[in-house]
Design a binder for this molecule. Structure first.
Ligand code: HEC
Length: 263
């Protein structure tokens, strides 16, 4: 570096050199601090807990197939369980969670508790679509055993559709009652389908969905127990409902959008 050659110049230059050196030292110190903080932010720098046991299988206890708006926390945590060959829960096995970038787990890993389980809270990514999450553990021969869990992130229009569904459709289309809403399903002579039932809903075109929602059951030669909503809901409300119905169907509809999984 050129600054060393300055030592051959007269004493007047020496003071200048000292100043420069301290400026450089300061810059180095700042850089070092920056590097240190950026390194400590990397999640992989946290050491994994050491397993005290190994399982043979990993299964989903609860929390799969949930729906949440993009970027937000799933309403329920995901709970997975590690079992041995006999199907008995294993305590102290390491479970790690992984997914596409943008998905966060709290925690990302853990040892199974006394019931063989690990619980994690999950926020989905910012893109609407299906997210495939992976939970993995090691078996006795240290081979990776994986479980795939799917969750659905709703975009803006789909979230609007979901609210309209809660307000206008659920009471007949969802057979389950909740504290806030008593289901009318059992009182209906002709049974509507829950909107997750892809086997039925995927066969109905967007145009036919629009027709039955706007004009009621008779528009598709179906029961008049399905009311007409054309005077209550706007065209864009009905589009939002259809977008929601397509997003949640199981099996997925062709217009369900991409699946985001770990690389
Ligand atoms: C009062 C009860 C009731 C409400 C509220 C209701 N539906 Fe229905 N719906 C029905 C019934 C009953 C059928 C089945 C008609 C048949 O199969 O003949 C049906 C059928 C449908 C179908 C055809 C697929 C299927 O499930 O058989 C769609 C799509 C539909 N409804 C959408 C909606 C939407 C969207 C809303 C809310 C805006 C809604 N429904 C609200 C009773 C209802």
């Amino acid at each position: 570096m050129t600054r060393y050659s300055l030592t051959h110049v007269g004493t007047a230059a020496l003071g200048c050199l000292a100043e420069r050196t301290s400026a450089i030292a300061l810059a180095v110190a700042v850089l070092a601090t920056l590097l240190a903080t950026s390194c400590s932010r990397k999640p992989e720098s946290a050491p994994l807990p050491k397993p005290t046991a190994f399982g043979a299988a990993i299964i989903e206890s609860s929390g799969g197939k949930q729906t949440a708006q993009t970027g937000s926390l799933l309403p329920q945590p995901v709970v997975v369980q590690v079992n041995d060959e006999q199907g008995t829960a294993v305590t102290g096995a390491l479970v790690e969670f992984a997914a596409a970038p943008g998905v966060t787990f709290d925690p990302t890993n853990g040892l199974t508790d006394s019931s063989g389980q690990v619980t994690t809270n999950i926020s989905l990514g910012g893109m609407a679509g299906r997210y495939q999450l992976t939970a993995s553990t090691l078996d006795k021969s240290h081979k990776n055993v994986e479980l795939k869990i799917e969750e659905i992130a709703l975009g803006y229009q789909q979230t609007l559709g979901r609210h309209l569904n809660d307000q206008y459709c659920e009471r007949c289309h969802n057979p389950e009652s909740t504290v806030q809403r008593v289901s009318n399903f059992d009182n209906l002579d002709v049974k509507p389908h829950p909107f997750t039932e892809g086997d039925t809903l995927n066969k109905i075109s967007d145009a036919d969905l629009t027709a039955i929602i706007s004009h009621g059951g008779p528009a598709l030669n179906k029961s008049a127990l399905m009311p007409a909503w054309g005077n209550t809901l706007s065209k864009s409300d009905i589009q939002a409902l259809i977008s929601y119905i397509r997003a949640i169907s199981d099996p997925p509809s062709r217009s369900a959008g991409p699946v985001y999984a770990k690389n």
